[in-house]
Every structure is written in C-alpha cells, then in structure tokens.
Design a protein around this ligand. Structure first.
Ligand SMILES: O=C(O)C(=O)C[C@]1(C(=O)O)C=C[C@@H](O)C=C1
Length: 361
C-alpha cells in the first residue's frame, strides 16, 4: 500500500497557499505604492528605481532560501515581483540595441524583469542618445564578450557621454544557425552581427567553408533578412528565431562553451554602496616612463582589486591612449575613496563612470 497523499487533498492545500501568496504579493505592492508617495514627498520622484536596494533584496532572498527551489529560481521570482512593484510606482522605459529578439533585449529583461517598456534602437550610440536626451530612463549596452573581448563602440562613447554606469548583467550567449533551407548544403549566404560571426569562426570554417558571410547591424536583423530568402541563413539567439518564425538548423554553434556577454546599465542616477560593488573609471597618463605603473600603484597601496583593464586610443593625439579600469568596491567606500584621490594626483585626466552593485542574477 502506498502512503502518498491523495491528489485532491494536495491540490486543496496548493489552492490555499496560492490565495495566501496572492494576498502577500498585493500587500507588498501596496508598500511599493506607499514608497512612491514617500519618495515624491521627499522630492526624490526622479529616482523610483534603486539598483542598490534591488541588489540587497535579491542577495537577502538568496541567503534566506532553504529550498527545495534553487537560489537562482527564488531570486528570479523576486526579480519579477520587484519589477511589477516598480511598474506600479512608475513604469520604466529602457533603450537597447534592437530590433526585438537581440541578446541586449534579453539582458534588459534579466536585469529589470519583464514589467518594463523597452525601446529598440539601431546602434549602440543611439542607446546613449536616447538616455541622454531623456527619451528613456535607462539604456543597456554590451561592453565585453568572453570570446571576442571589449565592445569598442561602448567604451569610446563613454569618453564624451555624461551618463553613469548603474548596473551590470551577464548573458550566457548561445549562437544558433536558422533559416528555411532544407539542409546546410542549401545555404549560399549567412548573415549575422560581426561579434557573433567571430564567436562562431571555427564552426563556420569547419561546416560551411564555401558560404558567403555577410555582417549586418544585429543578429535580429540577420534573422529578418534570412526569413526573406530560403537560400540564406542567420546566426542568432533563439529569441530571434521565434520572432521571425525561422526553423533552427543547428544549436549552440559558438566556439567556446561558456561564451558570455557582459552588459552595462547606463543612466543619470548614482547607486549607493551595497558592500559588493564595482567601480568603473577611465584615465589618461602622460607618456613618461612608469606613468601607468604609478597610476595602478594607487590601487595596490590601498589593497583594491582590479577586475579589468583596457586601453583605447584617446582620439586626441597620435598614439595617445586612455585606460578603462574596473575595480572592486564603491567610490564612497573609504579605502576606494583614498585610492581614487591618489590616482587623481598621478594622472592627467580621471573620469568616474560609476559605482554599481555586482551582478546578482
Ligand atoms: O525600496 C524601494 O525604494 C522601492 O521602490 C521598492 C522596490 C521593491 O519592490 O522592493 C521597487 C523598486 C526599487 O527599484 C527598489 C525596491
């Protein structure tokens, strides 16, 4: 004799729990509406979205979670819940590198949840423009890929933009071949964004060495073009295959198994310290011997870890460079503040791009 509970009894309990969860969710939503009133009363209506508070809420959920749901799943529920609560306060508008179905759009939803309005734009520079001109509250742009390195357009735009970095989000990028051809042999041309083509270089050389390769403005645009001609195919994410109703011919064709793209959130707002933050900055030194060494020594002296360094042409003098750096910590953390003061004294130009919570999800 089995000792399992009857299905009807378990379902009655589930119905009761659902009713309680619904009540609790709405109690939480009422609190969010009250938070909005307080923010307005305190003159902070420009900053309904609080990346620092959201990171703290999600990290706490991870700590509290005792399963059987995995931490990641529990955090995703709360990510959605906060997104819906924020939409009650004020719906956010977020610009991304479109069209619909790009990895950038996936990054927007992963970071902000699905209760945001998204604005697809044609180029990385347009994401910056949309936020700078106040058409959107925030923008999401790719900044580096684990296979292909930095996205130069994004770094270069920071040299002239007044915007700040207020968050980061990572997306595991799977590339897929999609199109209406019956088999690989029926394909004469492949479209994709240049970054995705580079991430699948070996696969293309091995499986489709003779096919014409054409770089286009985005993966979703590649999918759109492939949907118009049976002899062409696109390399893109599965979301693009769905948007353009393209059969997927091969999945996961990226050359590196853990191909990941890091995106940053850009806006006009600062984020307060959370205890697990990153600071991004750009500086330039003169060409004297040891100048870069002295600059980096500022971090070593105060025990600040450096996560990343990239050099880019300064676009001012021939063979002059600027250095983009990510460090551990928030610019308001005392040790980081002292290191930044010292750095300022050792460089020609220093621009803080923002302090923000490390990616949680
Ligand atoms: O605590 C706040 O400031 C809120 O607005 C509430 C809340 C939440 O739902 O927990 C919603 C949006 C903010 O981005 C952060 C948190």
């Amino acid at each position: 004799m089995s000792s399992v509970r009857p299905l009807a009894e378990i379902r009655t309990e589930i119905d009761q729990i659902d009713a309680e969860i619904l009540q609790l969710i709405n109690r939480r939503a009422l609190c969010a509406e009250e938070v909005a009133k307080t923010k307005i009363a305190e003159g902070e209506q420009g900053t309904f979205y609080r990346p620092d508070r959201e990171a703290l809420v999600l990290r706490r959920i991870k700590e509290l979670n005792q399963g059987p749901l995995p931490d990641h799943t529990a955090m995703r529920f709360f990510r959605e819940l906060m997104s819906a609560c924020l939409a009650l306060e004020k719906p956010l508008e977020v610009a991304f590198l479109g069209p619909e179905g790009t990895f950038s759009q996936q990054a927007v939803f992963k970071h902000f949840g699905s209760s945001v309005n998204t604005l697809p734009v044609a180029a990385i520079g347009d994401v910056f423009n949309a936020v700078e001109l106040g058409k959107c509250h925030f923008g999401v742009v790719p900044v580096e890929n684990s296979t292909e390195g930095v996205i130069n357009h994004t770094l270069d735009r920071f040299l002239t933009s007044p915007l700040k970095i207020c968050g980061e989000v990572e997306i595991r990028v799977h590339q897929n071949l999609m199109g209406h051809a019956e088999s690989l042999a029926g394909i004469t041309e492949i479209f994709s964004h240049q970054q995705s083509l580079a991430q699948c270089r070996k696969w293309l050389d091995t499986h489709l060495p003779q096919v014409k390769i054409t770089a286009v403005s985005s993966n979703a645009e590649a999918a759109r073009m492939a949907s118009l001609n049976k002899q062409t195919a696109a390399i893109a994410g599965l979301a693009a295959a769905e948007v353009y109703q393209l059969p997927v011919l091969e999945t996961n064709i990226e050359d590196q198994a853990n191909n990941t793209t890091r995106f940053i959130v850009i806006g006009k707002q600062d984020s307060s310290p959370t205890g697990k933050d990153k600071t991004s900055l750009v500086f330039s030194t003169g060409n004297q011997p040891g100048a870069l060494y002295r600059a980096l020594e500022s971090f070593a002296k105060f025990g600040i870890g450096m996560v990343n360094i990239e050099s880019r042409p300064s676009r001012q003098g021939l063979w002059e460079y600027v250095f983009f750096i990510d460090i551990d910590g928030h610019s308001e953390d005392p040790q980081v503040a002292e290191a930044l003061d010292l750095l300022k004294a050792n460089v020609n130009m220093l621009k803080l791009l923002g302090s923000y919570p490390k990616a949680v999800l």
